[in-house]
Design a protein around this ligand. Structure first.
Ligand code: 5GP
Length: 238
């Protein structure tokens, strides 16, 4: 497999074509962004930590029967993935109220959400990733009803798997965002799963161990990400 030219540079990852038309290389960069790209900083080790963390999670999800685009880790900062047609809809599940939900509805941060909530957002930085619903997604052709149904089932299945995994490391999976695509007709999980796209709290102290440390200027961002990995048994290179 040979890495060829850059296809696309996102806010935190760059995507490269390969000599195989079905495969792409994801390069996890140190760039860290929040508020739809309005706050950007480079944090040393972030690309490596997220790449290794994502590989670990994608492998656990695949073992548990979730179809993903992940093929294998190539280096500290690169992974090989299947080239999918991305569905421009973000799926968010929340187990505990935080972030956007608290802002939007004025509910108290930290309350348990039973049953967990499921929300859809359009992937569109210019518009600030607006909240959408299944009707809008179907009408505007962002996803078919069948794809949306599959995405919802997979997103909740991921919740079941990862809540238990993080609980073993004394962490609460507060909420997370997933993105999906289509590969050879099948809806598969894409993008990445890392502390950049989820909220994780220490189960005892409720200390934030995720990107909210960056969003809220709390410091110790990568230290927290590495702590999350360490609690799952991941070792990061020095
Ligand atoms: P909220 O709606 O509270 O801002 O986000 C809910 C969850 O989805 C959080 O875990 C947040 O990190 C994740 N999330 C939502 N949108 C995005 C996004 O555009 N990028 C990233 N990295 N995470 C997102």
């Amino acid at each position: 497999m040979e890495k060829r030219q850059e296809l696309y540079a996102g806010k935190a990852k760059s995507v490269y074509t390969t000599d195989d038309p079905d495969l792409l290389v994801l390069n996890f960069r140190d760039d860290t962004s929040a508020f739809d790209g309005k706050k950007v900083e480079s944090l040393a080790r972030k690309g490596m930590v997220n790449n290794i963390f994502n590989a670990f999670i994608m492998e656990r999800l695949q073992e548990a029967g979730i179809p993903t685009h992940f093929v294998k880790q190539l280096s500290n900062t690169e992974s090989l993935v299947k080239k999918m047609q991305m569905i421009p809809v973000e799926c968010v599940v929340r187990n505990i109220a935080a972030g956007g939900l608290v802002k939007r509805l004025g509910v108290e941060e930290g309350i348990a959400l039973t049953p967990p909530t499921f929300e859809l957002f359009l992937k569109n930085d210019e518009k600030g990733d607006p909240m959408i619903n299944e009707s809008l997604a179907e009408t505007f052709g962002w996803a078919t009803p069948e794809q949306l149904a599959k995405m919802k089932v997979l997103t909740f299945k991921v919740n079941h798997i990862l809540k238990a995994l993080f609980a073993e490391g004394d962490m609460l999976l507060v909420d997370y965002k997933l993105e999906f695509g289509v590969f050879k007709g099948e809806v598969v999980l894409g993008d990445e799963f890392s502390p950049d796209g989820c909220r994780l709290w220490d189960a005892n102290t409720r200390e934030k161990l995720d990107k909210d440390r960056f969003r809220q200027g709390l410091g110790g961002v990568i230290e927290a990400y590495e702590e999350v990995g360490r609690r799952l048994g991941i070792t990061f290179p020095a």
